[in-house]
Each structure stands twice: as C-alpha cells, then as structure tokens.
Design a protein around this ligand. Structure first.
Ligand SMILES: *Cc1c(COP(=O)(O)O)cnc(C)c1O
Length: 522
C-alpha cells in the first residue's frame, strides 16, 4: 500500500494525487504489461486459423440450394493470438480471485478450489443429460443429497432444483403460486405486493408472469411497513415478495407477522432468498412462514458467478405449494433413483406429486453448480455453515463500525446483517458523488460496492464483504476507503471526477450501451 499508513483510526491521508502521471499515454494505449488491442472482429485477417481442417466432400443435395456461397467471416487467429486475446480480455475484468469484491447483495465470496476439483471428476464432469438414467445413478444421488440439504437448511418440505438463476427461481416460484391459486379457483388474484426496497428482479418477475405490481412502503428504520402491507392485502392479492434479510442489510423483525397477515388474506409469501448467506444455519425460512424462496447457489453456496458463469436458483416450497413444483425431480425408484419427468398418467402415483405446472428448462438444471454447492455444504458441515453466516455478519459490522465516523449510515440503529449500507449525505457540498467515489476505488484496485441500490436510500453504497475475507484484507480495504473519504472531505475533487484514471476503460455510457447496443461489426 505504498506509503499510506495502515491504521484505520483517524483519517489517513491519501498519497499525493498527480494528474500528469495518471494521464501518461503509452504508444499502444496499454498500461504496464497489459497490452491494448482491437476488438476481435476488428482484426482484419479472416484467413488465418489455429486449426487445420481437412477438405471434406459433403453431399449438399438435401439443402435445396441453401448452401452458403461466401465466407463465414469469422475472425482468423493463430492459436497464440487467440489465447492472448482471451487472457488479455480476462485481465481487463475484475475477479474474486484478484481482490475483495464488495458488491452488496451479490455475495461475491471465494469459490473454494475443492468445488472445482469435484466438478471435474470424470463421471460427473463428462455426463450428458440424455444418458440413460441407469448410467447416471451417482449424479441423481448427488441431486437427491443436495435437495435434502436445501430442504433441511430451510425447513421446507420440497425443492425445485432446475431454475438457473435467482431471477429464474423467482419466475418458478410465482408460476408455482399461480398454479396453486388456479387449482383452488383463485385465479382472479392478479396483484403481487413488493416493498420499495426490493431487488429489481422482483417486480420484473411479477410483471413478466402477468401480475400487477403494487409497492409496499418502508418504515423509517428500513423495514417493511406492516400497516401499509396489511392495508393493501385483499382478495385480489396473489402473493407478496419480501427479501429477508432485506436489501438495506437488515433483518425483517416483523417477518412472522408479515407471513401471518399474508396467509390470512389468502395470499402466498414469496421470499427472495438471495441474501440467505446472512442466516444460513441460524434461521430456517420455513419457520418464518415462507411459502416459496429461491436460493442462489452462486451466492450462498459459493458457485462461481459474475463474468458469465452459469448460476443456479433452486426454489424451496411449502406444503401448500409442493404439489405444483415443475418437473423434473429425483425420486427413489426401487434400488436406485429416477427422474420424474412425466408427472401425469400412469406415472403419477409413482411420482407422488400431482400437478406440476410445467418445466423451467429443457433438462434438469445446472449439474456443475449442484456438484460445487454440495461440495461446499459437505466440506463445511452444518456447524460450518452456521459459522459462515456469523462471520459474514461480523465482517459487515466491522466495516460499518470502521467507516461510520466518516461516511453516513442511513439506518444507524443496531447491527446490520451481512452488508453495510451507507448513503451520500456525508458527501454533501464536496462536489463528489457516489459514482465518483466508486470510480476512485477502481484506481486503488478495489471493485466498487453496489451503488444507488437500494433505491430507497439516496446515493446508496452497499458493501458486502462476505465471510471469506480475512481481517487483514478488510483492514486494507477500510484503510483505502478512509483515505479516499478523507480526500473527498478535503476537497480533492479532481481525484474523483476523472476517475478511474488507471483502468483500461474510463466512464462508459452504460445507459446507452444497454439501450442502444451495437451488436454487429461491419
Ligand atoms: C442476486 C439477486 C437476485 C437475482 O439473482 P440472479 O441469480 O442474478 O438472477 C435477486 N434478488 C436479490 C436480492 C439478489 O441479490
């Protein structure tokens, strides 16, 4: 950390900021040993290849004249060019293997290498979803064990393993709820209640399923306003969607009461379980009255995410919803296991459940993630998972306590759960915004925290350290944030306004990139 003092008390001063040094331009536009290069489609040689294909004669008579006449125009790279291109790209990105990754609500924890080793075992890594069931008994046993762990940890009687992400799990949960209402002649329930602090995927999922979304207010201490919720519950409400711990990093103290009034009104309680990391092994959502909850294996159970890896979002279900869970699921069949793919007709009796609403994906879900998640569970054990939650909460509170004399905290009362939430009141009058502050963190080698979310907190900065960071690493992070905060309060605006100075890409127009993406190269 150069000459910066490591102490976290007081306000360590940031080393001098030298604009000229930061604007130094290299000949090729790279930085240090990381060369800059064009996009792969802008390389102009389409005729090189790293692979030699043999000339083959193909009978095209069946193609009815639709044979391509011109070149494919795929980028042509030799093997070393290709390898370098992708390694360089990977190094332009941040990764959990590079440094602390404090994105709140994302649980960017270390992915234990043991998980990777297990996922690559031949016999697990090489199987195909269309293999005969008799040849994949081990994989089915593994899925059955994973289901058992998920049901035990949540205190819920059923689980649908197949959804492939948190948002996909929400979709699965709401489709299950819809099927249950329709089966009870309650299909007229068209409204889903969502608190203002919810993750954007909650209202998006409800709208996607065709529900009308109504917002529920929040109290001054960052929790669901139960009076407002109760006033909005009625015969038109199909479900509520509540995150617990919520996105302000707080436990919903009235959760049992929330479940009670919801059930009394004939609605189901969908819990967004993306923040399960904070309570795993300590609290069972089934005991709180939850009817459906997705679990992000890629958050709580350490399977890789961020940067495009596959996720997995199994959904645990209460007794009331279990019958409507989507196909397939694993069943014990005589000596071994079977996949219940067809829940109707003559198979229904064998498969126990009667009314699956359909299926979420072509096969059974993300096997590679199941293996990693189960490895994580078995290597921690029930006591280890409890410790995960405790350490995650301890680390977040350590950060909150280490920064709250400089940075303002919107809900200061009591401890937080697994993430520490700050707002931007402390930046008032400095000329520095939440965005500027986050960009300056990139120059210091740290990925920014989650910014401007939850929306209910102005200029929100949500920091989730996770339990896998050591005290020393968190101290380093805190020291950098304290020094940056000091620089902002001392009026060093240029350090922030032009940041990131040292990243390969500066401030991108993210809105335009999302709204008007350029998807072709001419
Ligand atoms: C991450 C997250 C989701 C969505 O999960 P994906 O796997 O990204 O689809 C939903 N809700 C909350 C609170 C989350 O943190």
């Amino acid at each position: 950390m150069g000459d910066m003092k490591m102490n976290t008390v007081g306000r360590p001063s940031a080393p001098d900021f030298d604009v000229e040094a930061t604007s130094f331009r290299t000949l090729l536009g790279g930085r240090g040993l990381l060369q800059s290069e064009k996009l792969i489609f802008e390389w102009d040689d389409y005729h090189r290849t790293g692979v030699d294909f043999a000339d083959i004669a193909i009978d095209t008579s069946d193609l009815d004249g639709l044979v391509r006449g011109d070149d494919l125009n795929l980028p042509g790279l030799t093997e070393p060019e290709c390898v370098r291109h992708y390694v360089r790209l990977s190094q332009k990105n941040h990764a959990i293997d590079l440094a602390l990754y404090p994105l709140g609500s994302c649980t960017m924890k270390h992915n234990p290498r043991l998980n990777e080793k297990m996922a690559r075992l031949s016999g697990l890594g090489d199987i195909h979803p269309l293999q005969p069931v008799s040849t994949v008994q081990g994989a089915l046993a593994l899925m059955d064990s994973l289901a058992h762990w998920l049901k035990t940890l949540t205190g819920m009687p059923a689980v649908a393993l197949s959804p492939k992400a948190g948002a996909h799990g929400e979709l699965c949960g709401l489709l299950t709820i819809k099927a249950a209402h329709e089966a009870k002649g309650q299909g007229h329930r068209r409204t889903v209640l969502v608190p203002t602090s919810a993750h954007g995927t909650n209202p998006a999922t409800a709208a996607f399923v065709g529900y009308t979304v109504k917002e529920v207010a929040q109290t001054a201490d960052g929790r669901v306003d139960v009076a407002d919720l109760t006033s909005k519950l009625g015969p038109d409400v199909a479900a509520i969607m509540v995150t617990n711990p919520n996105t302000c990093g707080l436990f919903e103290r009235d959760i049992v009461e929330i479940a009670r009034v919801t059930h009394e009104a004939g609605a189901y309680f969908y819990c967004d379980g993306a923040n399960f990391n904070a309570i795993v092994g300590r609290v069972r959502p089934g005991d709180l009255g939850v009817d459906a909850m997705h679990i992000n294996l890629h958050k709580t159970f350490s399977t890789p995410h961020g940067g495009g890896g596959p996720g997995a979002g199994p959904v645990v279900l209460s007794e009331a919803l279990a019958a409507y869970a989507p196909r397939p699921w694993v069943v014990s069949a005589g000596q071994g296991f079977d996949l219940a793919e067809h829940g109707e007709g003559e198979n229904a009796a064998n498969f126990g459940r009667q009314k699956p609403f359909g299926r979420m994906c072509a096969f059974h879900g993300q096997m590679g993630m199941y293996i990693r998640a189960l490895t994580y569970m078995l290597s921690h054990g029930a006591d280890g998972l409890k410790k995960v939650a405790e350490d995650a909460v301890l680390n977040a509170n350590y950060i909150k306590a280490s920064l709250s004399d400089l940075m303002s905290v919107p809900f200061p009362e009591g401890p937080c759960m697994h993430e520490a939430l700050f707002d931007d009141r402390w930046l008032e009058g400095t000329g520095v915004t939440t965005l500027d502050f986050a960009k300056a963190m990139i120059d210091e080698g740290f990925h920014p925290m989650t910014m401007y979310f939850p929306l209910v907190v102005h200029g929100a900065m949500l920091i989730e350290p996770t339990e896998t960071e050591s005290r020393a690493e968190i101290d380093r992070f805190v020291a950098v944030l304290r020094a940056l905060a000091g620089a902002a309060l001392d009026g060093e605006v240029a350090r922030f306004k032009g940041a990131p100075y040292l990243a390969p890409a500066k401030r991108l127009d993210e809105t335009r990139a999302a709204r008007q993406p350029r998807l072709t190269f001419s």
